[in-house]
Design a protein around this ligand. Sequence first.
Ligand code: SAM
Length: 215
Amino acid sequence: MDTSSINLRYTELANTSCCLSCGGAIGYAKPRPGEYCVDLGSGRGTDVLRMAEAVGETGFVYGIDAADGMLETAKRNAEKLEISHVSFLKSDLEKIPVPGGIIDLVISNCSINHAGDKQKVWDEVYRMLKEGGRFVVSDIYAVTPVPEEYRNDPAAVAECWAGAVTHEEYLNTLSKAGFSEISMLEESKPYAKGKVEVVSFTIFGRKEKKCCCCS
Ligand SMILES: C[S@@+](CC[C@H](N)C(=O)[O-])C[C@H]1O[C@@H](n2cnc3c(N)ncnc32)[C@H](O)[C@@H]1O
């Protein structure tokens, strides 16, 4: 997907303190010492740095973002805090330069709704996770489908509403990616955003371990 509108909007917001999150993913995620983690749409890097503190130097955290300004702010924050077991990578969420099967925990906060092809993003989440690995994602869904005329409007997508899909579509995408163990951790009441009503939520899922029962 062309991420130039995302780059523009979020580079402008990189040095502000406005809240860009839509749920409490980091609070539920509970990274453990030694774990390898990824934050999709890592913004200013706050959640990456919190996870880095929790996993310690035997673990590692990747922050993925498409906005140059956000990546610069995040790197600067990591340097200030002298945290080196992190890496901020410029990438579209639809094709992530992290090897497959090495990640224990993927988190994301209010970012996946921006992606043009959400199936590709969730396929990437599945690919990166180890068997038994988990995700905790805060995002939004639209109460009714976003009208066609806004769906591909880059500015409206960058404003965190026009890219939203319905609850049913969201869960279908997860299940097509291969996730079967899924639970909703929190869900807001519907609220107006742009031209639609959306719900903010945080969802948990795990990549199943394949059975190994030959004796
Ligand atoms: C609403 S902000 C959330 C930032 C951060 N997760 C937080 O909670 O503060 C969305 C972030 O996702 C990034 N983003 C949006 N779409 C993206 C895409 N397709 N590929 C990579 N990053 C994307 C934006 O640049 C921005 O930093």
